[in-house]
Structures are given as C-alpha cells and as structure tokens.
Design a protein around this ligand. Structure first.
Ligand code: SIN
Ligand code: MN
Length: 266
C-alpha cells in the first residue's frame, strides 16, 4: 500500500526520474483488472490497437470510458494521489492505456520520452504531467520489461524522429547516438516485480521495452495524468488517445475495486 511520498522518495524522483513500489494492489484487485483487460483486448473497437500481425492486441486506449472496472481504476486514490502530490495540484486524465505486450507476439516500444509526444502532437505546454503504471502480471527479465535511463529527464525535450514504420504504433523516437550518450551517463534499469506493483516516472524520462518472446503476457496499465493548468492546446490526435476533458479527477474510496455492489450494478 502506498501512502504519501516521503522526502527520500521525492528526492529519488527528482534526481533519478522514477519510483517503484511493490504490493500496491492485492491479488483480488489484480485478478479483476486482468480479467477485464483480456476482455477488452478481445473487443473489436478502434481504441484497441493491434500489433503488425493484425490480431495480437498491442494497446487498448481509454478503457476508463467503456469499462466500469477501469472507470474506477482511473479514479483510484492509490494511483492519483501520489501524482497530485508530485505535480502539486489537481490533475486530469490526458491518456489511459492498457499495454498488452503479449506472450510471443508483443512488439518493441522504441526509446522515447512521453512528453516529447505530448508536446509535439498535442501542444501540452510543460512537462507537468507523468505516468503512473500498474503491473497486471509479474514483470521479469523474460517478458519485455520496461527499461528506463535514469536521470535522462534532466535533458529536457530531446530531438526525436517520427517513426511510422517499426511497429504498428507511430512514436517520436530517439536516435542511437543520443541513447548511447545518455546510457553512458545514467545507465539502464528495468524494474521487475510482482503483479500489483506500481511504477511512476517523469514524463521526460527516456524509456522503452524490448519485444516479448516468452510464453508470459506482460500487461501494464498506464495512467498519464496532467496538471489541470497544463492541459493540451491542440486537438490533432483522436480524443480517445489525447483526452480533452480537463475536469479534475475526484478520487473514489480506496476499496473501490472491491465494492461488489458497484460491480453488480454495472
Ligand atoms: C510506453 O512507453 O508507452 C509503453 C512501454 C511499454 O509498455 O513497454
Ligand atoms: Mn512511453
């Protein structure tokens, strides 16, 4: 369980650009979210992006708008409150995605910064936005763990090229020379841990993940939260990729994923 971030955690986030917590969500909560994620991946809707093979789910956007369990996760105090603390005020949901990184077929996410995309495509003014992500399966050295270059967020927005070819999903990616230099300075880390773990990272932290050739899925759900004053100015991308509802998120109670009466009322 995660309460308010303490001084040591605030310092690590500022200096290294990321924080990792185990045992934030319990096995029942994870099982419910996982069941719903796989139901969503099987849906035929535009928000569910496929890998290049055309069938394997890659990422499902905006599930908080069409699935009751994810609607509640998008307002979960264990995810929203630490981000409000770090960003210093009310936040809205800029993007919400469940990344599948499916067994055998889950493809690479090239090296990138999220704020680079939010700034270039959506005209988000400042990096007063960040991700908080929840592991719905154990993340190991085998199933395409997310990799970070610690301290790379200190470099600000790095030049990037719009890669429309490598995977099915267009991304502003960083060249090999720059990555080499950043890794010389900061190294690479890949936080691994049990389902129910949570990771938070600065929106300028350079990150990516290799493909998943293991027989183990690696589902992770990402809330990209933005300070309400820092909302996007340009509506180029689809509403379900870059949201336009800047209403401050109001958290639900801590047990909102356990309230069976709410599930029954769906
Ligand atoms: C991302 O950077 O948006 C996704 C990376 C991953 O899920 O591996
Ligand atoms: Mn990213």
């Amino acid at each position: 369980m995660m309460l308010a971030l303490d001084d040591a955690q605030l310092k690590q986030f500022d200096e290294e650009g990321w924080l990792f917590f185990e045992d934030v969500f319990d096995a029942d909560e994870v099982a419910l979210l996982n069941r719903e994620a796989h139901r969503i991946f099987a849906m035929d809707r535009q928000e569910v992006f496929r890998e290049k093979d055309g069938t394997t789910a890659r990422t499902a956007f905006a599930a908080q708008n069409y699935n009751d369990v994810y609607h509640r996760l998008g307002r979960h105090p264990r995810l929203v409150n630490p981000v409000k603390q770090l960003l210093g005020g009310d936040v809205y949901m800029h993007q919400f995605k469940i990344n599948a990184k499916a067994a055998f077929n889950g493809d690479v996410w090239q090296w990138h910064q999220d704020f680079g995309t939010w700034h270039r495509d959506d005209e988000m003014p400042e990096p007063r936005a960040m991700n908080i992500a929840l592991f719905l399966e154990d993340v190991t050295e085998f199933n395409g763990a997310l990799m970070f270059i610690p301290r790379s967020h200190k470099a600000g927005v790095i030049e990037a090229g719009h890669d429309l070819k490598t995977t099915s999903y267009p991304l502003w990616t960083i060249d090999d020379e720059t990555i080499t230099r950043l890794v010389d300075e900061g190294g690479i880390i890949a936080p691994k841990g049990k389902a129910g773990s949570v990771i938070m990272f600065n929106s300028n932290l350079v990150h990516g993940s290799p493909s998943n050739m293991s027989p183990f899925d690696r589902t992770i759900v990402y809330l990209s939260l933005c300070h309400v004053d820092n909302h996007i100015r340009r509506f180029k991308r689809a509403e379900w990729i870059a949201h336009r509802d800047f209403t401050p998120i109001e958290c639900l109670p801590d047990d909102c994923l356990k309230d069976e009466s709410a599930v029954a009322a769906e």
